[in-house]
Design a protein around this ligand. Structure first.
Ligand code: NAD
Length: 453
C-alpha cells in the first residue's frame, strides 16, 4: 500500500468516527459478535496459520489465542453496558447542590501494532477493547508472523465494519508511514527499542500511548515451595510457545542447596510434557525465524548447559535448555531471552533475590513459588513489577479483571477487561449544578466578610 493510501485510509477512519456511528452500544455489540464469528468460523485456518508461523499445537493455540479471545469477547459483551454507563462520583459540600459523574467516551481512531509471538491474540485483544469503547481502529499485524498477518488482513474486511476497522500489513517501512499519521491513541506490543520509536512518533501529534513491552521476568523459587507443582507450572509457563512469551519466566533465582532438587524436578516435568525427544513432540513449538534462532544459539556459547541444548537450525528447533549459574554480565543474563533457555541463578539466601531484582530494570512479570506468607509479603512490598503471580506462572493473564501492563522499562498503561475499555476511552469528568440555590461568596466584589465564609 502506498503512503498516500495509508494517509487516506486513516483520514477515512477519522471521518467515519465523526459520523458517531461507532458510539452506539448496538454497533459495538454487533462488531464484537461479528469478531467472535470471525474467530469461530475460521478456527482451523487460524490454527494452520499459527502452526506455520510458530509450530504451535492446536491445544496451545486454543488456550493462548482462540479460546482466550472468544472468552474476552464474551466478557466484554457481558459487561459493556455497565462499563459504558456514567460512573457516579461524590460531590463535595462546596459544589452542593449538584452531582458529579465520569462519562466514558470513545477516543476516536486508534492504532494497534501487534507482535509476532501471539500474533492473533496480541492484535485482536486490544481490538476487542477498542471496539467495546466505541472507537475506529487501524491494525498493524507483525510481519514476522506472515501467515497470521495475511489471514487477519483477509478476514477482518469480510466480518467487520470496513469503514471503522482496517488492516495495514507490512514491516518497518509501512509502520513508519503509519506512525506519521495522527491517531487518538496507540497501543504497541513489542520490544523496547521500537517502543521508543513509537513514542517519539506519537509525541509529534501529542497522541497518548500504551506500550506493552517485555524484559527479563524473574522467577524466585524458595525451598519451602511445593516442588512437584512448582516444577510443572514453571515448565508449562516457560516452554509454552518455545519460550517466546513476554511473561515467560526468564530466569530462576534459587538457593544453592535447593537448586539440584529443582533442576531434577524440572527435568522430570519436561520429559513428562514433551517426552525424551521434544523435537518429535507435536506440543513443542519452533523459533520464529533464523535471526532469533541465531541469537538464542549464541546465548549458549560458553555457558554450562545442564540439560537440553540440542539444536537444528533448518527446523529452527532448540530443545528445552537449562543453564547453570550464568555470569550476570553475559548476554544471556542481560538481554530478554524470549526463547526456550532457562538460566538457574543460585543464591546463598533467598532474601538476596530482592537485591538481584531491584538492581535490574522493572520486569513485566515477577513469579514467586513459596509456602511462606512472610517471603510473599517481602517480595510484594520490596520489589516492583508489572504483575506478580505467586505459586503459578502466567495464570494472572486468565483473570480479565486484572490490569495487564508493564512498569518502567517493561511498558506503560494497561489493558484486559474493563482496564482495556478505560484505556481506549476518555474518562470525561462532568459536574451538574442546580440553580435553585446560589450563594454569592465566590463572586466579586470581595470583602472580608465573604472571605471568612
Ligand atoms: P516485532 O518484531 O513483531 O515488532 C513489533 C511490531 O513493531 C511489529 O508490528 C513490527 O512491524 C513493528 N516494528 C518493528 N520495527 C519497527 C520500526 N523500526 N519502526 C516501527 N515499527 C516497527 O516484535 P518484537 O519487538 O520482536 O517483540 C518481542 C518483544 O515484544 C519482546 O520484548 C517481548 O517481551 C515483547 N512483547 C510484549 C508483550 C506484552 O504484552 N507486553 C507481548 C508480546 C511481546
Amino acid at each position: 500500500m502506498s503512503a498516500l493510501t495509508i494517509a487516506q485510509q486513516v483520514s477515512a477512519l477519522h471521518q467515519y468516527f465523526a459520523s458517531n456511528k461507532t458510539r452506539s452500544l448496538d454497533w459495538r455489540k454487533e462488531q464484537l459478535t461479528r469478531l467472535k464469528g470471525l474467530i469461530t468460523d475460521n478456527e482451523d485456518k487460524i490454527y494452520q496459520a499459527l502452526k506455520q508461523d510458530l509450530g504451535k499445537s492446536e491445544q496451545e493455540s486454543w488456550v493462548s489465542e482462540v479460546g482466550y479471545l472468544t472468552g474476552d469477547i464474551d466478557h466484554s459483551l457481558k459487561h459493556l453496558h455497565k462499563w459504558s454507563k456514567p460512573r457516579s462520583i461524590a460531590t463535595p459540600m462546596v459544589a452542593q447542590p449538584g452531582k458529579s459523574f465520569v462519562q466514558p467516551e470513545p477516543l476516536g481512531t486508534v492504532l494497534i501494532i501487534g507482535a509476532w509471538n501471539y500474533p492473533f491474540q496480541l492484535l485482536l485483544a486490544p481490538l476487542i477493547a477498542a471496539i467495546a469503547a466505541g472507537n475506529c481502529a487501524l491494525l498493524k499485524p507483525s510481519e514476522l508472523a506472515g501467515a497470521t498477518s495475511s489471514l487477519v488482513a483477509k478476514l477482518i474486511p469480510q466480518y467487520l465494519d470496513n469503514q471503522a476497522i482496517a488492516v495495514v500489513e507490512g514491516g518497518v517501512e509501512e509502520t513508519t508511514e503509519v506512525l506519521k499519521q495522527r491517531f487518538d491513541h496507540i497501543l504497541y506490543t513489542g520490544g523496547e527499542a521500537v517502543g521508543k520509536t513509537v513514542m517519539k512518533a506519537a509525541a509529534e501529534h501529542l497522541t497518548p500511548v500504551t506500550l506493552e513491552l517485555g524484559g527479563k521476568s524473574p522467577c524466585v523459587v524458595a525451598s519451602d515451595c511445593d516442588l512437584a507443582v512448582t516444577a510443572a507450572r514453571i515448565v508449562w509457563s516457560k516452554w509454552m510457545n518455545a519460550g517466546q512469551t513476554c511473561v515467560a519466566p526468564d530466569y530462576i533465582l534459587v538457593e544453592k542447596g535447593f537448586a539440584p532438587h529443582l533442576i531434577e524436578a524440572i527435568k522430570t516435568k519436561l520429559q513428562d510434557f514433551y517426552g525424551q525427544d521434544p523435537q518429535q513432540s507435536p506440543d513443542y513449538g519452533r523459533i520464529i525465524n533464523d535471526r532469533h534462532f541465531a541469537r538464542l544459539s549464541q546465548y549458549l556459547e560458553g555457558q554450562q548447559v545442564v540439560y537440553g541444548g540440542q539444536q537444528e537450525a533448518g527446523e529452527r528447533y532448540l530443545a528445552p535448555t537449562l543453564v547453570m549459574a550464568p555470569e550476570p554480565d553475559s548476554a544471556l543474563m542481560k538481554e530478554e531471552i524470549f526463547g526456550p533457555i532457562l538460566p538457574i541463578v543460585t543464591l546463598d539466601k533467598i532474601d538476596q533475590a530482592l537485591d538481584f531484582i531491584n538492581q535490574r530494570p522493572k520486569p513485566l512479570a515477577l513469579y514467586l513459588y513459596t509456602g511462606s506468607a512472610a517471603t510473599e509479603q517481602l517480595l510484594l512490598e520490596d520489589t516492583s513489577a508489572g504483575s506478580v503471580c505467586i505459586n503459578d506462572g502466567m495464570m494472572f493473564m486468565a483473570n480479565p479483571d486484572l490490569p495487564f501492563g508493564g512498569v518502567g522499562n517493561s511498558g506503560m498503561g494497561h489493558y484486559h477487561g474493563r482496564w482495556g475499555f478505560d484505556t481506549f476511552s476518555h474518562l470525561k469528568a462532568v459536574m451538574k449544578r442546580s440553580t435553585w440555590f446560589d450563594v454569592n461568596w465566590r463572586y466579586p466584589p470581595f470583602n472580608s466578610k465573604k472571605l471568612k465564609m
